[in-house]
Design a protein around this ligand. Sequence first.
Ligand SMILES: NC(=O)c1ccc[n+]([C@@H]2O[C@H](COP(=O)([O-])OP(=O)(O)OC[C@H]3O[C@@H](n4cnc5c(N)ncnc54)[C@H](OP(=O)(O)O)[C@@H]3O)[C@@H](O)[C@H]2O)c1
Length: 262
Amino acid sequence: MGYSEMKGKTLVISGGTRGIGKAIVYDFAKQGVNIAFTYNSNEEMANEQVKDLEKNYGIKAKTYPLNILEPETYKDLFKLIDEDFDEINYFISNAIISGRPVVGGYTKYMKLKPKGINNIFTATVNAFVVGSQEAAKRMEKVGGGSIISISSTGNLQYIKHYAGHGTAKAAVEAMARYAAAELGEMNIRVNIVSGGPIETDALRAFTNYEEVRDTTAKLSPLNRMGQPQDIAGACLFVCSEKASWMTGHTLLIDGGTTFQTC
Ligand SMILES: NC(=O)c1ccc[n+]([C@@H]2O[C@H](COP(=O)([O-])OP(=O)(O)OC[C@H]3O[C@@H](n4cnc5c(N)ncnc54)[C@H](OP(=O)(O)O)[C@@H]3O)[C@@H](O)[C@H]2O)c1
């Protein structure tokens, strides 16, 4: 499927070095979209990726450090992006925290702690708010744009240890609908792409990864786990003109798993 009108436009995406973010970066680059993507710990990998994108797709690509635990730093990030790119047309809030910052957030209900929950909320909801505000200011100048928040079906269905993430994802989905209601007058569409379990480093870090993988494949009528490209394809469609009357919507990409029970 061609998305020729996207050629020469610019995508800003958080967390473009791995998993779903990386797949989105490459899918957009293949359409000739210029890419500004962020990394957190993998600077070397990010720089290699820039070279690969520019060499193989003939687009402009730049990478920048970002810590979504400090959402206000998005303001400085966008100023740097302004120096490198003439306009911003798409913004995808994709990055997710893991490891030490999610202690007390990614755990059993009785072990939840406000600090861990707050960290996940900050990195998920507050980062989306500040990032999309900065993106919207730039999109308004060029007559509109498309914003996506990446969510997960863990806000609809129980996933072990996922209470902190699941509630933050429910909140960011509601926040995105509020954004959609108010940014429409600037011709900015805001949508949510929500994935079922997708094979990435984040999922492999789950304490019960193998169980999730096997159950997902069993639940899906398509008999397989989700892959990062499954989410990337949906993002491409949502940002394209083919989705021009879609806003405030949640697109579920779950291999049919949410409807099924074991
Ligand atoms: N995997 C799933 O099953 C699944 C399902 C549905 C939805 N999702 C959602 O999809 C999105 C991407 O998840 P993923 O599975 O692709 O994750 P992932 O493979 O763990 O990649 C995480 C990305 O976020 C960046 N990152 C980590 N800590 C950060 C921080 N403190 N500040 C800024 N960036 C940071 C990483 O950068 P570095 O590599 O530089 O550290 C990396 O690019 C998330 O919103 C997640 O909730 C995932």
